[in-house]
Design a protein around this ligand. Structure first.
Ligand code: IP8
Length: 261
């Protein structure tokens, strides 16, 4: 049904340190790589600086605290939809026939965890031969009234439902490192990631990130890999790497291993 599930990380399609800064060049190139891989894809993208900056300011990840947050909620939803439209346009220019499926309009969380997503819609669009595109968003929460749904949570639910052959996360570095490579020159690329890798990972992040540190992201990836599909993290800023990974070629990056090794 769909061969590959791809997350375009917010750190690749935006400049995460600067509010609402879209990286048009990266988005266009990644869209072209998806198109020329020829694979049937299901796409997720992160929010980057269109989501995390204001979400952190309004503490949206905590759920409902006061009425003052609602202006922020509405603005973050607006901003991530703007980003999604820009990504959709990049895909369109590359010849990928995408359809946008916003989780805020078809999902429900429970205590911060995405529990429900209208997967039937994804299936119908896939059946038509289209490429569904969803993204990190503000979503209603049955306990906290609303919350932040990360692209990683979406990746998990979609992988569980559609069992793609390959799952690829595009980051702004070569894969998972033993520590933040931007801060520590001695940081080492972990080529095979397993549960033991988590022990060394930092639990905080350098830039505003309301969906957690690299630790939280790797936790999700391990859960995904445990579903049994090949899961990898590659550098989405390195030209050609996504296309090669989608075609199943060996590329520089981290492979996330399922099972306890
Ligand atoms: O960038 C976060 O999604 P992520 C979504 O995939 C918002 O972690 C709205 C900040």
């Amino acid at each position: 049904m769909c061969a590959v599930l791809v997350k375009l990380g917010g750190s690749v399609i935006t400049d995460k340190s600067s509010y609402r800064c879209f990286d048009q060049g990266s988005a266009d190139r990644l869209a072209r790589e998806i198109a020329s891989s020829g694979e049937r894809a299901l796409l997720v993208h992160g929010a980057g600086s269109f989501g995390h900056v204001l979400a952190a300011e309004h503490r949206l990840q905590k759920g409902y605290l006061d009425q003052g947050q609602l202006a922020g909620l509405s603005k973050v939803q607006l901003d991530v939809r703007d980003l999604n439209l820009m990504v959709m346009r990049s895909l369109d220019r590359a010849g990928v026939h995408g359809v946008s499926l916003p989780p805020g309009a078809m999902g429900l969380m429970e205590g911060g965890e995405l529990k429900d997503l209208d997967l039937g819609l994804f299936r119908r669009y896939l059946d038509l031969g289209l490429t569904p595109v969803t993204f990190g968003d503000v979503v209603l929460d049955s306990r906290r009234r609303f919350g932040i749904c990360s692209g990683d949570q979406l990746m998990y639910l979609l992988a569980k439902e559609f069992r793609p052959e390959r799952i690829v996360f595009c980051a702004d570095v070569d894969g998972i490192f033993t520590s933040d490579p931007a801060l520590e020159p001695g940081a080492r690329l972990v080529e095979e990631v397993d549960r033991r890798t988590l022990e060394d990972l930092p639990r905080t992040s350098r830039v505003a990130d309301v969906t957690g540190s690299i630790y939280a992201k790797v936790e999700f990836m391990l859960r995904l890999a445990e579903l049994g599909q090949e899961t990898m993290v590659i550098n989405g800023r390195a030209p050609g790497r996504l296309e090669a990974a989608l075609k199943g070629e060996k590329v520089k990056g981290s492979v996330v291993l399922g099972g306890s090794r």
